[in-house]
Design a protein around this ligand. Structure first.
Ligand SMILES: NC(=O)c1ccc[n+]([C@@H]2O[C@H](COP(=O)([O-])OP(=O)(O)OC[C@H]3O[C@@H](n4cnc5c(N)ncnc54)[C@H](O)[C@@H]3O)[C@@H](O)[C@H]2O)c1
Length: 386
């Protein structure tokens, strides 16, 4: 049977789409790229036309599962399994020329900046997975390249599309919270060091749980706060478990991680001050001795407070303190959230509409992350965020 590509899979009667398609190349065809490819199935404006990876098995999967022809796969030799180039997106750009419109970058964090810069310079729109990059300097280069070429650069943040976050933002816009004074962000795993990819390697990832999972709740909470300007950070980070061989044997969901190459923090605690006086505190861990895993934030304002992801609001009504709990919020499955974030970028590329999470939004989240790491490196002293 002929392989069904993402585009042919979309060509059923219900999804017939006659308009201009966005022809996308995937750069980094690993775990999260699969979630993107699943989501693209319900975005009929997209056609996946090329794939780039250093791992031949990942490219074979692009051919066998997603129907990308071998001639449009770059970075590794499918016959021998050998990696051909660490910068094969350049070969892809050269070979595909104007047969692609955009790239979706799903490589490890250390390989976000260069492909985005090169592809934007070649006039291609870009989606880049979170975190935007390793540091603020890289984000600036990426934004400058996109701006100069007049292409759309979006960062892969999907938690802002969760119905509870959207509902809390709507309540904020309606004045329910007054001035938001304080937000506490928590992304804590009891034992969740990834045992795949390069998540434990600082030089390839930029950091550990703060940049990997903290970033999601930070972005969500920061959006809820209305994106005030971050001005200072104080923080500390600790590694006490991930680099210990004996701890890989503790029964857990993802045991046997690579403790020998583990150079990131297990736990990071930070405090960010904003220009409007608000404060954000952040706790992020791959391995913390806590009761259970949490990914959440809570906020306190002059008129009300709230919890995410419950969406509960705490305020006063009719001279009574009340807790307002949503009766229905709507679906927040992974596929729906990814479809929403990708659709927003696709609309931006094809119709010029505004991006929800642009490169300019991504850079402020990166400023917060880097503030935490810079302060930790300075022994916990408060450092300015520029
Ligand atoms: N939005 C989310 O919820 C979410 C979830 C998981 C991961 N991510 C992000 O996605 C990115 C990738 O994570 P993952 O879990 O898919 O990792 P992964 O290891 O499963 O996939 C990364 C892929 O990139 C390839 N790669 C590495 N270097 C390359 C290079 N120089 N050129 C081409 N390909 C290269 C690897 O071979 C691999 O196939 C990370 O930045 C991560 O933070 C986002």
């Amino acid at each position: 049977m002929a392989q069904q590509s993402v585009s042919t899979a979309m060509e059923g009667p219900k999804k017939a789409y006659k308009g201009k398609k966005l022809r996308v190349a995937i750069i980094g065809c690993g775990g999260i790229a699969q979630a993107h490819l699943e989501a693209y199935k319900s975005i009929p404006e997209v056609e996946i036309v090329a794939g780039v990876d250093i791992n031949a098995d990942r490219l074979k999967n692009m051919r066998d599962k997603w129907g990308v022809p071998e001639s449009a796969l770059f970075g590794a030799d499918l016959a021998t399994g050998k990696t051909l180039s660490e910068t094969a997106w350049r070969d892809m750009l050269k070979a595909m020329g104007d047969k692609i419109d955009a790239v979706d970058v799903c490589t490890p964090n250390g390989v976000h900046c260069q492909p985005v810069v090169d592809c934007c310079k070649a006039g291609k729109h870009a989606m880049v997975e979170k975190p935007m990059a390793m540091n603020v300097a890289e984000c600036k280069k990426m934004n400058a390249a996109a701006k100069a070429a007049g292409v759309k650069l979006s960062v892969g943040f999907q938690h802002r599309y969760r119905p509870a976050c959207q509902a809390l933002i709507e309540a904020r816009d309606n004045g329910v919270f007054g001035d938001i004074l304080f937000v506490k962000v928590r992304a804590l795993r009891r034992r969740g060091i990834p045992n795949w990819g390069v998540f434990g390697q600082k030089k390839l990832q930029g950091g550990g749980p703060m940049i990997d999972i903290g970033v999601h709740m930070i972005e969500c909470a920061y959006e809820f706060m209305g994106c005030p300007k971050p001005v200072a950070a104080s923080a500390n980070t600790w590694t006490y478990l991930g680099d210990r061989e004996d701890k890989t044997h503790v029964r857990s969901m993802w045991p046997d991680w690579d403790w020998k190459t583990y150079t990131v923090e297990d736990l990071a605690i930070g405090q960010i001050r904003f220009a409007n006086g608000a404060i954000m505190q952040i706790e992020a861990a791959f391995a913390a001795h806590v009761k259970e895993e949490v990914h959440e934030f809570y906020a306190m304002g002059t008129k009300g407070g709230c919890d995410f992801p419950s969406g509960t609001i705490y305020t006063d009504q009719n001279n009574t303190m009340v807790n307002i709990t949503p009766a229905y919020l709507g679906p927040e499955d992974w596929n729906t959230l990814f479809r929403k974030k990708l659709q927003n970028w696709v609309n931006g590329c094809l119709k010029g509409t505004e991006l929800d999470a642009s490169g300019e939004d991504g850079i402020n989240v990166q400023r917060i992350l880097n503030g935490v790491y810079d302060s930790a490196a300075a022994g916990g002293k408060e450092v300015p965020i520029k």
